[in-house]
Design a binder for this molecule. Sequence first.
Ligand code: SF4
Length: 388
Amino acid sequence: MKSLTQANGEGLERTQAIGLMKAEGAQLLELMHAAAELREGAKGRVVTYSRKVFIPLTTYCRDDCGYCTFKRDPGQPGAGYLSPGEVLEIARRGREQGCKEALFSLGDKPELRFPEAAAALGRLGHRTTAGYLAEMCRLVLDETGLLPHPNPGTLSRKEIGALRQASGSMGVMLENLSPRMQHPGMPHEHAPDKKPGARLANLRFAGEMRFPFTTGLLIGIGETVEERVDTLCKIREIHRRYGHIQEVIIQNFRAKPGIPMADTPDATLTDLLRTIAVARLVLGGDMNIQAPPNLSPEAYPMLLLAGINDWGGISPVTPDHINPEAPWPQIEELARRCAEVGYTLRERLTVYPEYITQKEGFVPAALQAPVARLADSEGYARASSLPA
Ligand code: SF4
């Protein structure tokens, strides 16, 4: 297994990765050891998080993913858009609590399906959700200094370009790239925006713009291990070309009441650990690999030992709107539990340190002053910095 960590930067090849996705018992422990060793060679024993506030810009969405708890159709409680005043009020509360990231979560193109959404956008002065999002990112950046990180779903090149001018980074989860996910009975059957080609195009557009990018997998939604590895390999291929994928999230499916997949079993911890470890070996020691701590509260040390180096955004202010049943850990508690197994928790910005201090061209002119106000000399969040 040691040879896995000596893959001279090439990363694990597909067939080997597929085999390791089935590792159990002693082989799984060896796999995790190899992944942790690779991570430590590149990143030491530092694990990061971003102090963020969560802004659910709109709960309308034209898609219906089988695992979604976030979206609301017109007429349902909580359906609609936040007004600019509401957006700013949440961002300011976050700023008071020391947050430095404004994570915009939202449904995809609801105006194309619901007249109510199109009318609400019209009242806000926009024809598209993407246009309103770009305006709100700019507003939050200008008024609070928090760095926006939008998660908008699929956009055009022009729409991503508009976000680029007012956001530190952006994200589009791939979940899984297999076209099978859109077949009848599968989680993306009724989700036109989860077409693999469209999502990959977004990764490429962002790469051409040198836009620091977050993507990732949702595991346990009916995919095979081969499909999981193929998705990881595609991320690697795109990152090798553009160098802009700053983090890859490995998220485990958890069933919740009221969703179409309520009866689907949760992804197991074993499956999560081997996917994290294989992702580390496929993507290499330098990639930032993240697992959300609130979805596996009993397993913090195991996730670290499987090769993650980041916990993602943690909010001291707002609940996780995507997984509302799973509370965020206290940051102090997370730091204590990392220290127990020999890791130091450090706060980062929504732009990872190396994209600020080492890689050229990933912080555009419009973002340089806001990022400089928040970052220390290593590119991490300044200990006592609050946005100006
Ligand atoms: S695209 Fe996102 S918000 Fe829309 S249904 Fe799917 S998971 Fe929910």
